[in-house]
Design a protein around this ligand. Structure first.
Ligand SMILES: [Zn+2]
Ligand SMILES: [Zn+2]
Length: 272
């Protein structure tokens, strides 16, 4: 499977000279299965670029998974051009514990916020609840409930003997969290690679307890406890400059010299 990052920013998209390297688009990744299936996760602003690429490649059958429906994970959806093509067959899977994906997207794509209603899109869209485990083509996807203010799921992708985990919008050590830290360690153990939310430094986190995000240090601890030495941090705060992100990665690498640690950036790709 091939993983490509299209949006790695948290809360709101940013575009300025200080965010050029890591990019300013909000969360969106794509996973291409060996079976040829396309799985997209989240529809942050990064999904706009992905939509253009998918149309160019002539990909018509698509799967879109939502971790949750906060703005930064849905705001690119109205600009995902495949939904305006009659030939597109899109299966949407999202948590339904609080609200269905259909309702969440309909709230966004309705007048006066947007001129086209979600229900009148010309593409063939099927909406299903995201269950604990699902299979799409050659990829098995397992989910875990994150510690975040609204119902959010983390995802593990497995194809043959390879697997990676995508956990964004998750507070690893949340007080009164839905999922204890040990469960995340278990969820990640045995995977080849993982991506985790590290919106804050340890210092900033002290003022953001309960906001549903983690720190650079906490994510490195998770890697160490799970024995997965290859990981990326994502959901960069909108106020974090490239310089600031790089400084934090450098500090982590000093503490964990044998680990392969990277900051997620729009355009990065990994093959498993
Ligand atoms: Zn977010
Ligand atoms: Zn969120």
């Amino acid at each position: 499977m091939v993983l490509t990052l299209y949006g790695t920013r948290g809360s709101i998209a940013v575009s300025n000279k200080h965010t050029k390297k890591h990019g300013g688009n909000t969360t969106c990744i794509s996973v291409e299965a060996e079976s040829g299936d396309t799985i997209i996760v989240d529809a942050g602003t990064g999904i706009r670029d992905l939509g253009v690429e998918l149309l160019d490649k002539g990909k018509r059958k698509l799967n879109l998974l939502f971790t949750h429906y906060h703005w930064d994970h849905i705001q690119g959806f109205p600009f995902f051009t495949p939904i305006f093509q009659k030939a597109t067959e899109l299966t949407i899977l999202g948590p339904s514990e609080e609200v269905s994906a259909e309702k969440a997207l309909s709230y966004q794509m309705t007048r006066p916020y947007f001129p086209t209603d979600f229900t009148s899109l010309p593409s063939k869209i099927t909406v299903k609840p995201l269950k604990k485990s699902i299979t799409i083509g050659s990829i098995e996807i397992d989910t875990i409930v994150n510690n975040h203010p609204n119902h959010t799921r983390g995802l593990k992708f497995t194809e043959g003997k390879k697997s990676f985990v995508f956990l964004t919008d998750n507070e690893l050590f949340a007080q009164d969290g839905k999922t204890p830290y040990e469960e995340f360690v278990k969820f990640i153990t045995g995977s080849d690679f993982f991506i985790h939310d590290a919106q804050y430094t340890e210092e900033i986190y002290k003022k953001r307890l309960g906001w549903g995000h983690s720190t650079y240090g906490q994510v490195a601890k998770l890697a160490s406890d799970a024995g997965v030495k290859n990981f990326m941090v994502t959901h960069h705060d909108h106020s974090s400059t490239d310089k600031f992100i790089e400084k934090n990665i450098k500090n982590l690498k000093k503490k964990y010299p044998k680990y392969k640690i990277e900051a997620a950036a729009d355009g990065k790709t990994r093959k498993f």
